[in-house]
Design a protein around this ligand. Sequence first.
Ligand SMILES: Nc1nc2c(ncn2[C@@H]2O[C@H](COP(=O)(O)OP(=O)(O)OP(=O)(O)O)[C@@H](O)[C@H]2O)c(=O)[nH]1
Length: 461
Amino acid sequence: MEQCVGFATKILNFIVYRSYCQNQLPENGSDINLLEGVEDGLQTRSLIRSGVPHRVFVVHPFIKWGPKKDRLSSPNLHLEEAQALINTLPEWKVVDKKVVSLMTFDKTTFFNKGQLEDLCSIISKNKLITAVFLNVNMLKLQQQIFLEGLFNVPVFDRYAVVVNIFKFHAVTKEAKLQVAMAEIPYLRSRLRGRDGESPLDKRLRLFMQQEQKIKKMISDLHKNRELLRNKRRHMEFPIIAVVGYTNAGKTSLIKSLTEEKSLHPEDKLFATLDVTLHEGLLPSRMKVLYVDTIGFISNIPTKLLEPFVATLEDALQADVIVHVRDISHPDTVAQNEHVMSTLKSLNLSEDIMQNIIVVGNKSDKVKNSSNFKNMVLTSCLNNYGIGELKAEIEKAVLKVTGISEIKIRIRNGGDEYRWLYKNSSVLEVDVDLKDCSFAYLTVLISKSKLGQFKHKFIYGK
Ligand SMILES: Nc1nc2c(ncn2[C@@H]2O[C@H](COP(=O)(O)OP(=O)(O)OP(=O)(O)O)[C@@H](O)[C@H]2O)c(=O)[nH]1
């Protein structure tokens, strides 16, 4: 415990702070690590922060009582989610965990004296620990410096861990740029509180320039996507956006709805960082596009998600939203509240907010699923409820898009026939028994397409 007190700590803090800043700052856009800590492939204890896998001691602090107490969820469930976050990072492992109750998260030392002694003792006894994950949104710089000086291992908060996960899962250029944008406020917050000019200030300026550059690139990509969206609209395929808490089963559900073999659901948080489109058929054989979106997660600083908001709002310019819930999750109620309040905070139309279909997924893991009302129960594992869900989606699509079912008599194989096959969903063809050169076509057609049809083939004649 002698390392936990006194002058030595201050000196150590100073050294940590310097190496910390150096460790945090990207030079020419890439991370630099000054402390090498890898021996024979095994990470030894050091203050190295990124680029290497860590064996992590997960600490979940919670407010015991008062207005800041979390009343929707329990500390143990938060601890579980924190472990899942760490296990999502390739080769990172949780080696110990602990829940600690506090009155406030604002103290520079974060914990009280007794708790600090307890944590120090766990860390010094368990030599496997190479980092601490303190499960709070974002630590203040002074708190981080203090705790790293004390524990002598890096201390990560949720912001740092989630950015790391994002980095692993960003595939497209847009997602990579958004992750770079998401990291900047964090890195900048780690530079505050110093006086005078220094090489670090120059790097701060570089950050700002970099931020402007990334913003411009993202905005160009958005313009591009708007063009794509207009094209999508032009094709008049109804769009179904699939949202949900991370790991609820969005990708699995889209796979079941579209039978797209190439989709690979993963038991990882934030496996989907990019918005992707998938084509599917409804019971009437109407073609629709499903949009897979980034998963939601609670207790993440809004700054971190800001770069993704525009993409999400864009993806949610849909005809119908399908909200996938994991009803087997012990925190399903709090997850639902979080998704709904995030949706409400986005810039979405009233119409789309009225058109949300709730899906109770993973029903195979629930003993009494009849407790879950006002939702379509599904299991992607055994394809349960998928047909019913498709029928619900179709009902909602017909309601919002003004697509209607009509029966029309036209010449067999003629121009009208070809036009309808191209521009509507043909449900049935019955040959006119009185005159075989004619047929009755039952089609699903949008208002505007019906107008075009009438103009071209009825009034135009
Ligand atoms: N038992 C069971 N497991 C399921 C079901 N649906 C999905 N899973 C599993 O849940 C995990 C997460 O599924 P995904 O489809 O990747 O979830 P997601 O919501 O797209 O996840 P993110 O991309 O992280 O937001 C995977 O291991 C799936 O196999 C289900 O109905 N029952």
